[in-house]
Design a protein around this ligand. Structure first.
Ligand code: B12
Ligand code: SF4
Ligand code: SF4
Length: 198
């Protein structure tokens, strides 16, 4: 769904990225076959913080008289298997945060390891200038994300196999319920916490 399908009076989409801390990223580099506890908590509890932050910002905008909503938390949001009706990555790309990488994560000036949130609002804000022209511009195609992946879900020829990734996350969940995650394609890579093209 496009922004005005969520909110017909929308004028702006605000997208924000919360990068994981050095501690979370470093811990996940130690053993490459299994996610660190810090990463699992960053993924699940960190995202819970992101949700609270989004709801807070959204309520402030609404209180100020600008109708706004968090698409990812709206009752119409659907995420089934490998897709959803609100893509944080597409919104981030369009809003100027960064471009896709081989791993399919968005690579920004702050790298790729972290979580996105977004708000669709009536408030009119000046758009950020996109510093790129094509969808994979910040990826140097080094293939390190593919080498790191314990599920062999990424390849330089075929891109990313969502099913393999998802099956591995299911195995992690079995062991760590309600926590799950992996993110080996986001650590120990040139795009971990910076734009590798800089
Ligand atoms: C479903 C889902 C998954 C599925 C995979 C499905 C998928 N499509 O990636 C599973 C469970 C396997 C998964 C795994 C992970 N995920 Co996930 N996932 C999502 C979720 C909920 C929906 C994805 C979605 O909307 N797809 C819809 C399609 C239309 O959009 P898209 O997938 O974003 O874009 C793809 C296509 O459109 C295509 N594409 C891109 N450009 C173009 C251009 C053209 C012309 C064409 C034809 C196609 C095309 O490639 C894109 C990437 O696959 C999003 C949250 C959200 N609401 O966006 C998080 C999200 C994508 N996940 C995220 C993360 C971090 C992960 C993990 C690392 C988990 C972890 N923390 O350990 C892993 C691995 C990620 C990886 N390497 O991609 C982050 C990405 C952060 C980043 N830097 O980009 C997101 C945005 C969550 C967030 N709020 O931050 N995820
Ligand atoms: S590790 Fe290399 S190939 Fe993979 S997304 Fe990052 S820059 Fe691109
Ligand atoms: S999250 Fe793990 S299994 Fe999924 S693509 Fe990244 S490294 Fe591979």
């Amino acid at each position: 769904m496009k922004p005005r399908e969520w909110l017909p009076s929308a004028n702006t989409v605000i997208v924000y990225f919360f990068p994981f801390t050095d501690e979370i990223r470093e811990s996940n580099r130690k053993v490459m076959s299994w996610p660190s506890n810090e990463w699992l908590h960053g993924r699940i509890d960190g995202h819970e913080f992101m949700r609270e932050f989004s709801l807070f910002l959204n309520s402030r905008l609404n209180d100020e008289g600008y109708k706004s909503l968090v698409s990812g938390l709206d009752s119409r949001f659907k995420s089934t298997g490998f897709t959803s009706n609100w893509s944080e990555r597409h919104a981030a790309y369009i809003c100027g945060l960064g471009t896709f990488g081989l791993s399919k994560g968005i690579i920004m000036e702050k790298g790729t390891a972290g979580r996105f949130g977004s708000i669709v609002t009536e408030l009119r804000l000046k758009p950020d200038i996109k510093k790129y022209n094509s969808i994979y511009e910040y990826c140097i195609n080094c293939g390190v994300c593919a080498e790191n992946c314990p599920a062999e879900a990424i390849s330089t020829e075929k891109g990313k196999d969502h099913k393999r990734c998802s099956d591995f996350l299911d195995i992690v969940k079995e062991k760590h319920k309600p926590y799950y995650g992996c993110g080996k394609c986001q650590v120990g890579v040139p795009c971990e916490n910076r734009n590798p093209k800089d």
